[in-house]
Design a protein around this ligand. Structure first.
Ligand code: PLP
Length: 384
């Protein structure tokens, strides 16, 4: 039975919900991207992005989805024919691989079973076997499986011997997991607007280390000529017409973030919410899919007789709620409940309780209501 008066809701790992005030923040005027006001907004926004990336130099803001920034990182900071290592533990590791291949890199692949995080020994073994490897491409969080790669522990071990560039796709981890680009000696970090930042899709971000900026490539570039873009953005300008309405919404959200206690507080919020959801999930008679679950989303493993599309379909048709199933060979075997972005605990509770209702309606056996009760208890304990 479909419900009346419902608002469509997103519990997907991108796009994430955009707060009403954020959407409303762009209604009052039209903005000219060559004007002073936009220059100021751009400058302030880039300054606010820097601590989220853990870099002193403000990241560039590009008009594209996250994949555009991934592509730009390859075309600006690598050269044709270079040998690289791609860590592939799901759909997005696969994307690095496809991009590497599309741009003439020789990719050595470390295949990680879906739902597992890579071990430093495994990466180091590939580096020993292929000493010509110049760069490493890896995710911070593999969104297809809800697995966090624990960069704070992984990268120092790799940096003990590896001197090349490290490229991180942090698109779905920023603001849910710390990113300390400079401290962890990362060369390139890419991110996107429609994940932790809770604005609509259409912007991507890229930050690079001083030595990456000093790298000169033989490749040609035009739209994604990052050195040109960097010159422009340092002047409060962009090389091309930017998505002004998105930059303005990002500015609004980052101002809110600063006002609410900054990066540390939002990281703590995500950690607390994710931990509470994982804990509550123990009452669903479903296992967690990931061996290293992230703070961005919780991936539940579904039994054979309960395909994910039945649950996502039920939630969509009856409650107008969007949840993500799995991807590829795990499409029907994983249900992903995202708790990423500017989302309050009451949205989390409503999403989780709706999930329980859907599971019950689809005949799954478990202690109905116990999970939601547990979730409410966990979320109210040690509230920051
Ligand atoms: C969403 C996402 C991307 C980028 O996808 P776009 O659709 O291009 O924005 C890349 N990597 C990860 C880990 C993601 O979650």
């Amino acid at each position: 039975m479909s419900q009346i008066f419902v608002t469509p809701r997103l519990f997907t790992p991108g796009p994430t919900p955009v707060p009403y005030a954020t959407k409303a923040s762009i209604l009052h005027h039209d903005l000219y991207h060559r004007g002073k006001e936009f220059a100021q907004i751009l400058e302030e926004t880039r300054q606010w992005l820097a601590p989220i990336f853990g870099t002193p130099e403000p990241p560039l803001i590009l008009t594209s989805s996250g994949t555009g920034a991934m592509e730009a990182s390859i075309t600006n900071f690598t050269d044709i024919g270079e040998e690289v290592l791609v860590v592939k533990g799901g759909k997005f590791g696969e994307r690095w691989l496809k991009l590497a291949e599309a741009f003439g890199l020789t990719a050595r692949v470390l295949d990680i079973p879906w739902g597992h995080k890579p071990k430093s020994e495994e990466i180091l073994a590939v580096l020993v076997k292929f000493p010509a490897i110049k760069h490493i491409f890896i995710q911070a969080h593999e969104s297809s499986t809800g697995t966090y790669y624990d960069l704070e522990n992984l990268l120092p071990k790799i940096r003990q011997t590896f001197q090349g560039f490290i490229f991180i796709d942090a698109i779905s981890s920023l603001l849910a997991h710390p990113m300390k680009m400079e401290e962890w000696q990362i060369d390139v970090v890419v991110a996107g607007s429609q994940k932790g930042f809770s604005i609509p899709p259409g912007l991507s971000f890229i930050a690079a280390s001083p030595r990456a900026w000093n790298f000169t490539t033989e490749r040609s570039a035009f739209y994604f000529d990052l050195k040109r873009e960097r010159r422009e953005q340092r002047q409060g300008q962009t090389a091309w017409t930017p998505a002004t309405s998105l930059v303005e919404q990002l500015h609004f959200n980052l101002a809110l973030l600063v006002q609410q206690g900054g990066v540390e507080r939002i990281l703590a919020h995500h950690a607390h919410v994710a931990q509470s959801v994982r804990h509550a999930s123990q009452n669903l008679n479903l296992a967690l899919f990931s061996q290293a679950p992230s703070n961005s989303l919780t991936a539940l493993a579904l039994p054979e007789h309960l395909p994910a599309s039945r649950i996502t379909g039920y939630l969509r048709q009856n409650f107008s709620m969007n949840f993500a199933a799995g991807q590829d060979h795990f499409k029907e075997k994983i249900l992903r409940f995202a708790h990423l972005g500017f989302v309050d605990i009451f949205s989390i509770i409503s999403g989780f309780s709706a999930l329980e209702m859907a599971l019950k309606a689809e005949g799954h056996e478990f202690e109905f209501g116990e999970g939601t009760k547990q979730l409410m208890c966990s979320l109210t304990s040690s509230m920051s």
